[in-house]
Design a protein around this ligand. Sequence first.
Ligand code: DGJ
Length: 695
Amino acid sequence: MLPTRSGRYMVGLAPRGAGLVAVGWGPDGGAAAVPVAATSSFEADLDLLPLEATALGTRNVHGAELVVRGADGLRGARLVLSGEVVLAQDDDGATHLVCPLADDVLGIGVRLHLRTHPGHDVVEKWAELYNASEQPIELLRAWGGAFAIPARGGASVGLLGGAWSREFTPFDVTLGAGTLSVGSRQGITSHTYAPVVTVVPAGTDGVVRSGGADVGVRYGVALGYSGSWRMTLDAVPFADHVRVAAGPDDESGILTLAPGERLTTPVLAGVRVEGDADDLAHAWHEYQAMLARTRGPEHRPVVYNSWFATTFDVRVEHQLQLAAAAAQVGAEVFVVDDGWFRGRTSDRAALGDWEVDLHRNPDGLGPLADGVRALGMRFGLWVEPEAVSPDSDLYRAHPEWAHQVAGRPLETLRNQYVLNLGRPEVEEWVLGTLRRLLGDGDVTYLKWDMNRSIADGGQSVLGGDDWSWRHTRAYYRILDALRAEFPRVTVEACAGGGGRIDLAVLARTDVVWPSDETGPRDRLAIQHGFLGALPAWTMSSWVTDLPDLLDRDREGAPTSLEFRFVVAMAGVLGIGADLLAWDAATRERASSLVDLYRSIRTVVHTGRVRRHGTPSDAACAVQYTGADAVVVLAWRRTGAADLTVRLRDLDPDARYRLRGDDVGTSTFTGRELITDGIAIGWTWEDCAVMILDRV
Ligand code: DGJ
């Protein structure tokens, strides 16, 4: 039994030593996939069981998380218990179960890990594989386990995905029978799908009776892996569960275990909630808070980023002017984006040549860093450490460092290639480069970008077929080393927007850039999807002057400064506009909006998130509930009707006073706010910031 914050996850021993079987999940541990008994001589007991992990070669009709091939070319393994199952307590209070399995014929050992923590409701699963033979073993699929989600008759599956500038768009798929497969072959998680799904069981499996009412049950499954990945959801006809499994993409890469070698799979995380989509989001957010638990609020500062203001034209004098304006509006960090390094005057050259461009800035960036600090801000820099331009000294010196399918011509995308971090000398060079850039302490904010997917990565020139795995492991090692050596440095993860965001990235970075789309209505939609699975305190969001790229309904698309600020306040507010184009009055207004954001920031970043309506509605809101205050941000299309929001998550007996109401007439009980709701008082024409203090 593994206790979670509000329930437990239970496993038992499968018959005939076949490992672990899921037997319960929920507040009373009762909800579980109850295996359908074998009904004919055509089915064996193991065929139908919700095993925690199965290998091809072990009887089960629900798919296999491990597919191995020995040196004899034969696939398959029969994993059986090879020792004691150990249930222990980790130092951080987590309950940790380890189940050792082995196939002695092949010589492979597999230790299944399950872990839960009293601070959240997520169950983590992963596997350690060990080659005890004298021959290499190919891992055609190396996934860490699966979740058997009780669901007779299939389920409704919620995906988050899209494309560049349309990330985190929700899609719903009805899965009655068959296998749904989503993933990425691009070496990054990709803009196409985020590695997280929601599963709502069909029919009565999706409902429980709780407190005299019927409550919906939903599950989330997410993968902590940032390279090419795959997730399958398998609904076998007449089975009692949908099996969800995920790991490194097995369609585009094969891992190999040398004799004596070990490999630990990425973590597969699953969570069950009785409630709605925001209850599920909250369960994810609680877990993600623990992934990032050692990092303080100083790592979520108000950023000014000069990209949209200057693109590649980075001149210190001009940047200093922008910095002065950024300080005036209240920025806490000034980040110089792309264009600061030698020869980078467009996107056609110079990636890899990470030295200050002395031709354009003869005194280097020191005067800028000093100036920024003198203005009371931290100094930050953009890098794209994995990238290399064909027109760069780095590429000319090391053409063999770029990812390529051996022997085939290279193709550029955004005029660039990607360095193969899987080569030890490349990993060392990238880490050395970043150490050099951070070494003198000037830079305390690093935006790590990645603008070329590696869909054509193919076979590594090193031999073997595991380029994405090697690349991704090296990416983690570099991030881990930076965090250990430069704990004061805030790292923002970006991949042409939201092309690489997953639990493993969240565990190693501070904020993420969900999308390059900063048009306010499109951004609202992206943020709505993001908050359904990812936390507000990582959701970097800038105010710019750019219009929506996609929102077709321009008629009703407000773009006032206030509207854009309130959109950005929903996460980690930043500014990316050309501040020198703003007049003094606009900067004044911006400065008071930043002050307002600062006054609600803690609640936005640590409060419980509830989304009221969606951005495609005429009006919608997001509520953040902290211990002492509630913040409601609201937006509407121009001319849309008023909005009343029935608040959630409040103490019905507590009293809440609307901030700014000095005479105290707007005091409500929690019960009133829950039952009758609160009429949104539009602070500005089409948007609102309402703060209710608990009194
Ligand atoms: C893509 C990023 O998403 C942008 O914010 C910006 O940093 C550009 N790259 C710079 O090339």
